[in-house]
Design a protein around this ligand. Structure first.
Ligand code: ADP
Length: 380
């Protein structure tokens, strides 16, 4: 059992606050991904967990034991680094056995355990090779086997896949998930790659400017982002500026730069949270937008009342600016009253529009998220 608690964790480098007031409990056996842009404090947080950096403030508990001041070698954690950090003058097997040697495990026993670990990562046939002759993906497997060989309670992974090409990284993500499911150990995995975090994580902790801004299951943070930064960071979206025109008992009407008001149904008192004249930024995810030929669209009829099921249809007309094929989807960039809006379709049902075509874009107001000027989300 290894539950980790970070409480008010802080790290200062001179005047710079690299990590600020990070508090979270990571459950026993959980795979938590720390996700955020470069410089947001992910690595520093992980290195404090590993005992490689000393916090300036706050506390780290593993299994209810305060380990804040304990050095790395006295912790039950093992770390896999981005650059693999393999020893060049040792064979693959010696690399994997190294931690066991440090623990005083006798030679035959540690070679046996190291072999078992190499089998787990499908590298047993390279046991006697020089690790420097291996490919990036193979080095990463050896680094993983070396970390797992000491049987840690907590495995810490610091951008371990970011030196691999996309395809290899995706394969390794699936393998890591399987190894995690197999071992039932607690994993903390640092990445700046949203797709990687969504594939791997039980929960994602989003970091920005040294702070842990939201922790939740992948679909929860994607569908229910706490602020505008998270909404923009987790996927492509259209941010549209507007001003609240009117609030009613069951809707908010926003005058937008799309030249038409957007009607958003409210269920959580959103109408009370906003007042006429408030400026807001709306997020329209491309996958929530439907497009059709403007000639087919009945735009006028499609506006405006909130239906019994809580949906509204919003509708604008625009001109296709360009068409971008992205593998299984096609992305249309559409000029709407001077604002570019992009919408996506799967390849199978697209192909009918080209640059210059006039098209209608419609969406359900219930899919729209709204943010205040300070970036905070409006609970609609
Ligand atoms: P991330 O892992 O999210 O890219 P880091 O934790 O590496 O972010 O860095 C967070 C901030 O702390 C950055 O601004 C970085 O420049 C700073 N930082 C990290 N390590 C050091 C260090 N050893 N000395 C000074 N500043 C550092």
């Amino acid at each position: 059992m290894s539950e980790i608690t970070l409480a008010g964790l802080e790290k200062r480098y001179g005047d710079e606050l690299a990590v600020e007031d990070v508090s979270v409990t990571i459950d026993d056996g959980e795979l938590l991904c720390l996700l955020g842009p470069s410089g947001s404090g992910k690595s520093t947080t992980l290195r404090m967990l590993a005992g490689l950096e000393t916090p300036t403030d706050g506390e780290i508990r593993i299994d209810d034991e305060d380990v804040t001041d304990r050095p790395a070698y006295e912790r039950t954690t093992a770390t896999v680094f981005q650059d693999w950090a393999l020893f060049p003058h040792k064979t693959v097997l010696e690399n994997v056995a190294f931690g066991l040697k440090m623990q005083g495990v006798e030679k035959a026993e540690r070679r046996e355990q190291a072999r078992t670990m190499l089998e787990r990562v499908r590298m047993e046939e390279y046991a006697d090779d020089d690790p420097m002759n291996l490919s990036g993906g193979q080095k990463q497997r050896v680094a993983l086997a070396r970390a797992l060989a000491v049987n840690p309670d907590v495995l810490l992974l610091d951008e371990p896949l970011s030196n691999l090409d996309k395809r290899l990284s995706e394969d390794m993500q699936i393998e890591l998930r399987e190894i995690h499911a197999d071992l039932e150990e607690t994993f903390v995995h640092v990445t700046h790659d949203q797709d990687e975090a969504f594939t791997l994580a039980d929960r994602i902790g989003i970091m920005a400017d040294g702070k842990l801004v939201q922790v939740g299951e992948p679909n929860e943070v994607y569908q229910n982002p706490k602020n505008r930064f998270i909404e923009g960071f987790l996927g492509d979206t259209n941010f549209v500026e507007g001003t609240v025109e009117r609030t009613t008992a069951d809707s908010v009407r926003v005058d937008t730069e799309l030249g038409r008001e957007v009607v958003i149904p409210t269920t959580n008192g959103g109408a009370d949270a906003l007042a006429e004249g408030d400026s807001v930024v709306l997020s329209l995810r491309p996958e929530a937008l439907s497009i059709e030929s403007a000639a087919d669209a009945d735009g006028e009829a499609a506006t405006q009342a909130v239906r019994a099921d809580g949906s509204t249809t919003n509708f604008v007309v625009g001109t296709v600016e360009n068409v971008l094929y992205r593998g299984s989807t096609v992305r249309y960039s559409v000029d709407v009253e001077g604002t570019s809006v992009f919408a996506e379709r799967t390849v199978s049902d697209s192909g009918e529009f080209e640059a210059g075509d006039e098209i209608g874009i419609s969406w359900d107001g219930a899919d729209v998220l709204a943010f205040r000027d300070d970036g905070s989300r409006v609970d609609l």
